[in-house]
Design a protein around this ligand. Sequence first.
Ligand SMILES: NC(=O)C1=CN([C@@H]2O[C@H](COP(=O)(O)OP(=O)(O)OC[C@H]3O[C@@H](n4cnc5c(N)ncnc54)[C@H](OP(=O)(O)O)[C@@H]3O)[C@@H](O)[C@H]2O)C=CC1
Ligand SMILES: Cc1cn([C@H]2C[C@H](O)[C@@H](COP(=O)(O)OP(=O)(O)O[C@H]3O[C@@H](C)C(=O)[C@@H](O)[C@H]3O)O2)c(=O)[nH]c1=O
Length: 299
Amino acid sequence: MQPNLKVMLIGSNGQLGLSLRKVVNEHPELGIELLCYTKEELSITDISALENAFGKNQPDAVINAAAYTAVDKAEVEKEQAFEVNALGAGILAGLCTRHSVTLVHVSTDYVFDGLTGEPYKIDAPVAPLGVYGLSKYHGELVVVEKCPSALIVRTSWVFSEFGNNFLKTMLKLASERDTLSIVKDQLGGPTYAPHLAFFILQLLLLKGRRSGIYHFSGQPYCSWYDFAAVIFKSAFDKKMIGVIPQVIAIPTTSYPTPATRPLFTCLDLSDSKIPGIIFYNNWQEGVMCALDGLKQRHD
Ligand SMILES: NC(=O)C1=CN([C@@H]2O[C@H](COP(=O)(O)OP(=O)(O)OC[C@H]3O[C@@H](n4cnc5c(N)ncnc54)[C@H](OP(=O)(O)O)[C@@H]3O)[C@@H](O)[C@H]2O)C=CC1
Ligand SMILES: Cc1cn([C@H]2C[C@H](O)[C@@H](COP(=O)(O)OP(=O)(O)O[C@H]3O[C@@H](C)C(=O)[C@@H](O)[C@H]3O)O2)c(=O)[nH]c1=O
C-alpha cells in the first residue's frame, strides 16, 4: 500500500519514539511512512540540520518525541532541560510553520500543581512545581506562539517495554529487594506508550480535527503504589519474578526527592474521545503488553 502520510519523527529512540515505530509497523493499514531520526542523527536544537531534513524529506507532519525527561536531574540541569524542551521545541515549531507541516508536540501532566483534586481539563490553569514541568510548560507556550496549528498532546506516567520508566524500575527493584516503599498519595494515569502512539497517529489522520491541546492518559486513575502492585502481580503471573516483594504504602513526605511531584494529575480526557478515534487506554492491559514485550526481547 502507498503511504498517505509522510511523518518525520524526532527523538525516535525514546519510549514514545520506539512505540510509534512499533505501532506503525503493526498497523500498515494506517498508511503512515515514518522517517526516523535519533538524537545522534538529528538534534532538535540544530536548526540547519533540521532545515536540511525538512528539505530532503518534504514531510506532511512532524512528531516531536524528543525531550529532556530526567525530572530530578532537571533541578540542577535547568539549562539542558530548557534547551531541549523549550528552545528545541520552538525551533521545530517555527520550521513547521515555515514549511506548512503539521506538528505534534508532546507535553506532560507535570505542568499542573496537582492541588485541585479534580481531573484537569485542557484549559485548566497550569502551575508547574519543578524545573522539568516548567520547561515543558515553556515548550507549550513557544509551540503555540510559533505554530498555532500544532497539536499538543499532554500525557502522564508513560511506561513501556522501551527506555527507562517506572515499570522497568519496579522490575529491577523486585530482583534486588524483598521490601519496597511506594508513595500512595500521588494519583495519576499510567499511560502505555504504544496506546499514546496509536492515539497520536489517529489524530494525525483525522479529518477536520482542531488544533491545540489534547489530553491522553491511561485509566483507571491510581496511585504509584497501586501501579506497582499490578506490575508485581502481573510479572509474577508471567513468571518474570519469582517472589512478589512486600510493598509498603507511604506518603510523599516519606520519599523526599529533589523535584517536588504534583499529588493529583488525573487528566480529563473528555475532549479527546472523538468520533473516528479508537481509544485504547487501559493501563492494566498496557502492563501485560509491556511485560510480554520485555519477555520477547529476553527469549
Ligand atoms: N516518560 C514519561 O513518563 C512522560 C513523558 N512525557 C512526554 O512525552 C514525550 C516522550 O517522552 P519519552 O519517550 O518517555 O521520553 P524519553 O526520555 O524516553 O525519550 C526522549 C528522547 O529524546 C531524545 N533527545 C534528548 N535530547 C534530544 C535532542 N536535543 N534532540 C533530539 N532528541 C533528543 C532522548 O535521547 P537520549 O535518551 O539519548 O537523551 C530520547 O531518545 C516527552 O515530550 C515527555 O516530556 C509526558 C508525560 C510522562
Ligand atoms: C523508585 C521509587 C519511586 N517512588 C515514587 C517517587 C515518585 O513520586 C514516583 C514516580 O517515580 P519516578 O521518578 O519513576 O517517576 P517520575 O520521573 O516522577 O515520572 C514522571 O516522569 C516525567 C517525565 C513525566 O512527565 C511524568 O508524567 C511522570 O511520568 O514514585 C517510590 O515511592 N518508591 C520507589 O521505590
